[in-house]
Design a binder for this molecule. Sequence first.
Ligand code: ADP
Ligand code: MG
Length: 642
Amino acid sequence: MSFPADLTTLLRERFGWDSFRGEQENVIRTLLAGKSAFALFPTGAGKSLCYQLPALLLEGATLVVSPLIALMKDQVESLTRRGIAAARIDSTLTDDEVAQVIESLRDGSVKLLFLSPERLASRSFRKHLRAINISMLAIDEAHCISEWGHNFRPDYLKIARLSRKLKVSRILALTATATPAVAKEIRKNFRITSACQFHGGFHRPNLRLSVEACTAAEKDERLLEKLRTHSGPTIVYATTRRDTERLATMLQKHGFSARSYHAGLTPEMRSLAQDTFLNNDTRIIVATIAFGMGIDKADIRCIIHYHLPKSIEGYSQEIGRAGRDGDVSHCILFAHKPDTKTLENFIHAATPSPQSLRNLLDRLLRLADPGKSFAISPYELSVSLDMREETLRTVLAYLELDDIIERTGNFHAYFRVRLLRPLERVLAGYPAREKNRIRSLFAAAESAYGSLHFRLYEIAGQTGIQREQATEIITALADAGDIRLEQRGIREVYTRSKTTTFIVAAVIEKMIARFESRASFEFERVRMVMRYVEARQCRPRLLARHFGVAAPKPCGVCDLCLGGKPIRWRDETLPAIPPEEWQQMLALRKEDHAALGTPRQLARFLCGISSPAAYQAKLQTRDEFGLWQHRDFLDILTMLEA
Ligand code: ADP
Ligand code: MG
């Protein structure tokens, strides 16, 4: 296939722009030459064009993996506006709609498909993909592959492997933030040569970076002062959900228009916060790092970090949201040393204890013989082991990467059915045998509050009808409009590899080592944030160096360039635990909650680390939750074990 030498004409005709920006053209030419590429451009630099334009020229389809439905929507809309046919597949589509999308990719009427990593990882979906010639796979926000904590998505780990299974001929990885080490990991994963990695520069001259040391007691006053001096849309980042709520309320009391945003809010509350911020009805969003990715607002004037960010990468993503319109914007970081404890405690929380990994793996690996499958509910398992669901999913993803298990499907364990017509009327048109089967199926259901509950696990024992058949019968009734069906209790099915042999103890040791090395990497990232705070020279330069970009000239406008003194931490050490807090802990322990039964569980709770069991027992609204959030988790644990 030959491509027009003059890509600029195509750029003008299809996208309406006169020239490429930065390294865009180099990335595009690399891809058109049949090679994989890595685009490391700052936010707003125009990464999307790097797959949009080649997608038009390549013969087959381009798949774009994206972490957020909102990002996919924006992309599809903006492409459609340009007359480029693009589609997305997400959980809101019905099976028929999915089939339609696949068909239009197959016949070439749609060139670009956006989808989530989870969708790509689903085996039933990949079956559809076999019919399609995939000429390129783009991975947007590729740093999610190595992110940890809130942003981590275990299915991102699997993309590289899947791309090989799908025999994709070229890969494009895209991100705004990757250190040289992370970039190398991504390149290795996707087999991208270093010659095909392109940096889009880093410096954003309109961002004014500064760091201010303050004590815990000073912070609120300082925040108010900043919000009075700097006008315009502002994001205040805080570490915990609870802090975002407290601060939003505090700001409202002082007459500011502010709302909180975190992953614990209902979807309605989250959209309300986001929408009112986008249309300027809310000036200030006080948020955890859950807020921001995919927020397309050009005039954010101020980003304030009320607590230390968890990594330089995260910090760069967060401040990168300011001033996309190019106007001067302020990025202010409050530096308070004990905040690092909260960050470290989050790392402890994401790191399962060796004992809990042993329990989990022992259980999982004994659930099925080689070649056989087993079903689990990650949610229920996470509550019963008191291990975060995300951690559990990471373990499952690693087992998949080691070819020990493979996710092969899922089903629902419970159906709740409401008959829209009396059963006998529904059955009127059926042959006698079928009638009897459906009757016996319905006789096995429990009725409560006008609905019927089916426990699909037990159905076969009660009726002789297999779970799969029962599912088929009931969904057919729903499709026919005879019943209203709610499916509950998702079960994931995994199949043990027939060929991979292993020693359970070795798998366990390897898994423990993986989580430990992950944790030490994260602790190191917190230390880098501290080094950034303590810096003696131009801040944007330091950031550039962190990301392996040739250092720009001193920015001339950050606090240090403007002659500010390097930061001296204030009130570094916390006083000893006051007796009344100690009494509070003792009283809580006396209450004997199962969710706080072990010293580790109690220590996690007091350090403000959420856990599935404590959450289910609704304990996290209590005052003692996070009582010692600024104290060292391991110290607290040792104390409670004594
Ligand atoms: P990123 O993903 O790197 O954050 P986007 O791909 O969303 O950035 O692009 C940011 C903005 O720049 C978009 O509005 C896009 O349309 C615009 N843009 C991209 N490439 C060019 C170009 N060559 N000339 C002019 N505008 C461009
Ligand atoms: Mg983008």
